[in-house]
Ligand binder design. Structure first.
Ligand SMILES: [Fe+2]
Ligand SMILES: [Fe+2]
Length: 323
């Protein structure tokens, strides 16, 4: 199916533009920043990309807390590289939001003022070094399930950013799993530490896929627009199916007595998720929400002089070059 050619000489006709937009989506082609797009599509994308960018930046905090306490130089180097990657992911994503006309500083203000959200998972504290491993294995694992289909998202800059992000996420997951395998081969105390971290992170990681499909009002629209490729419940199931065999190899127990393989469907069945907990954490009442936002606020305020200085330098540099 190919899009009908637009008559460039004619005044813009919204219905013709919409037809071309719909045809581009239906053909599986990308929408690019120069293309006309419905306002709802632009707004939905800005909201989703901003929320994603904020998650990458806030997500640096729980693991960043362990940078000075990493148990060896090797672990410190790995963790430092991982946390820096997350900063990079945030930057690609803010840049993708800018192609839609959003302003990066404005998005940060909205995050700090609680007008835009970030992933609920980063509102849980990291209590031991095993949490670093479990975040890599489960949280980055869930992020991979969510993000691989976004490499085929209908908006070009978002889809392209996701390709590199996903490559880095797979390194993140492997470093976490390798850390956990090492700890599981260690002392009984280390094994108990891993099990405790798995007990605390398993259910919140299932919540990362968002509310169930019958309580996710915007999902259908996002799927019709090709922004989203699979429903929340489909992705959650994929994540459970992927994680259970990995838990077995690791030798940990996932904290769900209802978890069982269903030979008929070929999927693992799992217990009921506490959606009230997700609502509580998303609405700002998780264990670390206030701390995460306070730290992001002081990073913005304390480092404002760097942006001012860099901007003044860039202006001066452009003026000198123009002489
Ligand atoms: Fe990331
Ligand atoms: Fe990551």
């Amino acid at each position: 199916m190919s899009a009908p050619p637009l008559d460039r000489a004619a005044p813009p006709d919204e219905s013709a533009l919409l037809r071309q937009f719909d045809a581009t989506i239906a053909a599986g082609h990308r929408i690019e920043p120069r293309d006309w797009m419905p306002e709802g599509y632009r707004k939905t994308l800005i909201r989703q990309i901003a929320q994603h960018a904020h998650s990458e930046i806030i997500g640096m905090q729980p693991e960043g807390d362990w940078l000075l306490a990493a148990p060896s130089l090797r672990r410190k180097a790995i963790l430092l590289a991982k946390v820096q990657d997350e900063a990079g992911h945030g930057m690609y994503l803010y840049a993708a939001a800018e192609t839609l006309g959003a302003d990066r500083a404005d998005l940060t203000d909205k995050l700090i003022e609680g007008r835009q959200k970030y992933s609920s998972i980063f509102n849980y504290p990291t209590l031991t070094y095993a949490d670093v491993g479990v975040i890599g294995w489960l949280v980055d694992g869930a992020a991979i399930c969510n993000q691989v289909p976004l490499c085929r998202s209908s908006y070009g800059p978002y889809a392209r950013a996701m390709i590199r992000v996903c490559k880095e996420e797979s390194f993140h997951q492997r470093q976490g799993y390798e850390l956990l395998l090492t700890m599981m081969r260690g002392t009984p105390e280390q094994r108990a530490m891993v099990q405790d971290a798995v007990d605390r992170w398993w259910w919140p990681s299932l919540m990362m896929f968002g509310p169930p499909d019958d309580d996710s009002p915007n999902s259908a629209r996002s799927m019709a627009w090709g922004i989203k490729r699979h429903s929340n419940d489909e992705l959650r199931q994929r994540y459970v199916d992927m994680s259970v065999p990995q838990a077995e190899i690791l030798g940990v127990t996932l904290p769900d007595p209802d978890l069982a393989y269903d030979a008929e469907t070929g999927h693992y069945r799992f217990g009921a998720i506490d959606w009230d907990e997700l609502k509580r954490v998303i609405s700002g009442n998780g264990p670390a929400n206030a701390e995460r936002i306070a730290r992001r606020r002081s990073a913005r305020d304390d480092n404002a002089w760097v942006i001012e200085a860099a901007t003044a330098y860039a202006v001066k540099h452009t003026e000198v070059a123009a002489r």
